[in-house]
Write a protein that binds this ligand. Sequence first.
Ligand SMILES: Cc1cc2nc3c(=O)[nH]c(=O)nc-3n(C[C@H](O)[C@H](O)[C@H](O)COP(=O)(O)O)c2cc1C
Length: 373
Amino acid sequence: MPPRAAPGGRNAPPAADVVERRKAEHLRVVATGDVAGRTGPGWSDIHLVHHALPVTDLPAVDLSTVFLGHRLRAPLVVAAMTGGHDSAGKVNAILAGAAERHGVAMGLGSQRAALHNPRLARTYAVARESAPSAFLIANIGAAQLVPQDSGPPLTPDQVSEAVAMIRADALAIHFNFLEEIVQPEGDRRATGLREAIAGVVASIGVPAIAKETGAGLSRQAAQELRRLGVRALDVGGLGGTSFAAVETIRAQARGDIRGAALGTVYRDWGIPTAVSVVAARAAGLPIIATGGIRTGLDAAKAIALGASLVGIARPLLVAALKGPAAVEAWIGQFLEELRAAVFLTGGKRVDDLRSVPRAIVGDTRRWVDALEG
Ligand SMILES: Cc1cc2nc3c(=O)[nH]c(=O)nc-3n(C[C@H](O)[C@H](O)[C@H](O)COP(=O)(O)O)c2cc1C
């Protein structure tokens, strides 16, 4: 079936206010609801081996690292979350201010809303104002790169506009087909996806990052994405915020039996983050481990498995809704925990974690062995 022409002209989704309302609901549901995956991300199956003889002073541990040619003061990305409505602008300003102060990266939420309604561009652009020198990542959905029932795909000019809106250092193309299936208004078409991704990657002028949003990247997907030209992978694995759970709560609230049932059945669909980091390594690209990173020790384990950076969403959203001081406290605690892991494994730099001895046990071991077998 050919896609329906979208009402409202220039590639507009069905109604901009629907997208705006959905984004506001996401913030509320994620902040207050039971939205964690029931299956964990796997960090409890990863053990870093203690080294009784540290090699430097704890305060001298260097957390800085280089990602896509940029030096970050710590291997952290404030993961893509929001934009597109008023309270999102406030959250973005707070999180971007923290990213700037700590010299870490930040991803913005999907910018589709602002591409269709320029009034909303401010709720994203505010991040660049608050973080003039931080590594900022623009965001569009892979599903919006191909024709959908809701309208035609984003044009190359619109994708460039998303990058320019925040003077982005990179563009994340997010994959959220699980969420799109559960949403009644979801974009479920994928014909032409690979060609569209290759086209965007070749024309965008900044590095592209392929980003899953809770179901993980397999080895095959990672290798295919590399061939399509993406320069880094955000594995977005299972075990953190579950968008199937988020959409189940929204579906229940409006009496949508189909969506609620699908979301419940698929709540734990996907590849746990720890497994996905190991699987995605085969592509040989820098990896961001997002999905259920809750402590600096989780981050250390992800880096020991092969990640270059970790991404954190929900805990920073909850903190940002309380205010800048709560974000500051959360990141301060996280960095101290990460520094301790480097020190206790006998390292001087966070990059030393990549070669520390570690053991993989339990379900994560079984997953990894099954996939490699
Ligand atoms: C409220 C909210 C909105 C999100 N919106 C987006 C989005 O627009 N684009 C995207 O790539 N990821 C989005 N994500 C996914 C996060 O970037 C991240 O992959 C996911 O929440 C897992 O991380 P966590 O377990 O630390 O929450 C969103 C997450 C949250 C919590």
